[in-house]
Design a protein. Structure first.
Length: 335
């Protein structure tokens, strides 16, 4: 098992002005007998990126100087490290270039984001969806709304939101077990993170909890975070086969999008994972990159391997052929 040994906050400043260029939350952990520095996400988050300051570089030359200073500082840390490995890095951050993505060593990530930009006219966006998708959403709402107690709601009460999250945990756990998948979001540490997110964020509107309910029964749940005009989906669940005739997963996404659009949201991020239901909503793929570098001679073979993998991803057909030859199954996608 990987062992976390250190947690760091790396702050990079401009040598000329002293202004902050970026802040990076990092961890160092031991894996395969080497010490790896990576973003502090333990492979749970969909995206990893620095928090940019006013002095953040905007061109490749500035990015190289930024990277050089970061590597130099990491090599001086007590205990050292062998490899720096950053994954799932967005190319842009709030309209600004991500300096990590400007580096020559940055290569295509195996994952990508999925984003819908609706514009100001929500109905006009809906009509960009394929006709069968629109009709199915309309039918699903009619079926669901046959029960007079059926409702969609954005939950703003803290206690109720935490209760909805508990339902999310049960429904997601049941679903993942039925698929035979390893599910870690309900372990003690992860569960505490999500409870803290909901408890601390619902009141401010940062954490958004939505639900489809029929009386006291919770049919579907969706947890996301909102920052001004942008909303990112994090966890989704539904009550299973009993309600499959109204496609509650897709239905709660569309109801949430419509409600948030009325409140000013224009960009809806479906996060990573190229599942079929996301394609039905007309998502555009958001490119992500990976970045590795050796910090010692022990890390060099791993950095070279990472670079080879990045280069191979530039040729998707060849990559797919190699995966088939190695007997690797295709990515799982859900209907």
């Amino acid at each position: 098992m990987p062992l976390m040994s250190s947690r760091w906050i790396a702050i990079v400043t401009s040598a000329a002005t002293g202004e902050q260029a970026a802040l990076l939350p990092l961890i160092r952990r031991r894996q395969n007998n080497i010490l790896i520095v990576e973003f502090a996400d333990l492979d749970l988050t969909d995206y990893n990126a620095p928090l940019l300051g006013n002095a953040a570089p905007r061109d490749a030359a500035g990015a190289r100087a930024f990277w050089h200073e970061l590597l130099k500082a990491l090599r001086r840390m007590p205990g050292g490290a062998d490899l720096i490995r950053f994954r799932k890095i967005p190319v842009e951050l709030d309209g600004r270039p991500n300096p990590l993505a400007l580096l020559h060593g940055a290569g295509p990530c195996s994952l990508n984001g999925n984003v819908v930009t609706t514009g100001d006219d929500y109905d006009a966006w809906r009509f960009t969806l394929e006709k069968p998708v629109r009709k199915e959403l309309e039918r699903s709402w009619r079926v669901f709304a046959r029960d007079p107690a059926a409702a969609f709601k954005i939950v703003t009460d803290n206690r109720e939101a935490l209760n909805i999250l508990s339902t999310t945990e049960v429904q997601q756990g049941t679903r993942m077990r039925s698929l035979g998948l390893n599910f870690i979001l309900n372990d003690e540490t992860c569960a505490a993170f999500y409870r803290n997110l909901v408890r601390d964020g619902v009141g401010s509107g940062y954490a958004v909890v939505t639900a489809l309910t029929v009386g006291e029964e919770v049919v579907a749940t969706l947890l996301g975070v909102r920052n001004d005009r942008r909303y990112v989906m994090i966890r989704i669940s539904n009550a299973g086969d009993k309600w499959s005739n109204c496609s509650p997963g897709r239905l709660i996404i569309e109801r949430t999008m419509a409600a948030l659009h009325r409140d000013g949201v224009r960009e809806f991020d479906f996060s990573v994972g190229n599942y079929a239901y996301k394609r039905r909503f007309g998502v555009a793929r958001l490119a992500l990159v990976d970045l590795s570098a050796a910090l010692s001679w022990r890390g060099l073979p791993y950095a070279l391997r990472d670079r080879a993998v990045h280069e191979l991803r530039r040729y998707p057909q060849l990559s797919a052929c190699l995966k088939r030859a190695l007997g690797k199954p295709p990515s799982r996608e859900e209907n």
